[in-house]
Ligand binder design. Sequence first.
Ligand SMILES: Cc1ncc(COP(=O)(O)O)c(C=O)c1O
Length: 408
Amino acid sequence: MFGKGYYNEFGGLYIPEILVATFQELITHFEQAKNDPSFWRSYVDIMSEYSCRPTPLTFAENLTRHFGGAKIYIKREDLNHTGAHKANNVMGQGLLVKRMGKKRVIAETGAGQHGVATATMAAKFGFECTIYMGEVDVERQRPNVFWMERLGAKVVPVREGTRILKDAINEAFRDWVSHMDSTHYVLGTACGPHPFPEMVTYFQSIIGKEAREQILQREKKLPKRVYACVGGGSNAMGIFSGFLNDPVELVGVEAGGKGIDSGQHAVRLSSKDAAIGVAQGYKTYFLQNKDGQMLETHSVAAGLDYVGVSPILAHLKTSGRVKFDYATDHEVIQALSLAVQKEGVIPALESAHAFVQAFKDASNLSHDDSIIINQSGRGDKDIFTIADAFNDPGWKEFIKRKAEAYYA
Ligand SMILES: Cc1ncc(COP(=O)(O)O)c(C=O)c1O
């Protein structure tokens, strides 16, 4: 499936002339690293020593009993250092940056998880670090901004456009064009120009490799279905890649926001609101109007709030290998609540999209079947959004007292 950055008609490398040499350098180093078995070994070593890999595959006994159908397993990417699968990609790219001899990294971030992970990697490897983040996301993910700054990164709020993830990506590219010699752009998802979709998938494939081994050990057979939420597509590609050649159904769940008809969503693959186009250096489905202008997106989960989607997933959709559905903000809060109360796991709002679809399906499947939900990250970062959704009076009181103390 992977070759020269095209996945049938999707993908490619649509970049300004000035970036061609930088991309060529990156492609060469990535190819060399991939063909060097010691590179993958050093990656696995650092991930186990620094980020608790292999992450467990947890049997969700109570949820299984609750739905009374398939056995539900949860792949615990939330237990990575910094709380999400983003750590896999950044540590891998960090090792590559060391090989390239560069000293500065930049990144875009939506939910802030990728920003925190990149700032952490930069602290660990001694790189200078700048993170671009839409002003709207800076507001809703303040705790992550706090940690990025403590980790020594410079966080630049992006005030252009709709002030969310796509605008942060544009700004990061602008920076890269001016600092190519010293800087590597640590793109956070399986999108963007070649080699990013393939490279990010390569590092995230550790999720699927582990999950396949773990479920075979537990169940002695493959799962019926695997579920993952889809923002840019990196956690989905990570877990799906372990099962692509198996008779396992793969389900990607996008952000339905306030519902498809509201126009306030980020459903690129499971709605008719998106069309194929080229933007941000690659070809895929984008939410865009007839003139090719990008539409505004919405999701309660900042990490899914993006107009484009991995070209590899676009290909897997058109080939029929992966099915896509969406979950609304309201469904996401309900599913998150159930997962917290029944199982004591705290999925990120992004991950809770995958839980919604798995919960809809579980009771219709046989007791002999198992399903895996990829819990891409932990929900602690979402405490402000979740507390608002629950209209929690104790939390409001606490924030009010805190604010009063600051103003005193
Ligand atoms: C916890 C979590 N899950 C999922 C995503 C979506 O990204 P991707 O589709 O690349 O996995 C994000 C993005 O920030 C995230 O923080």
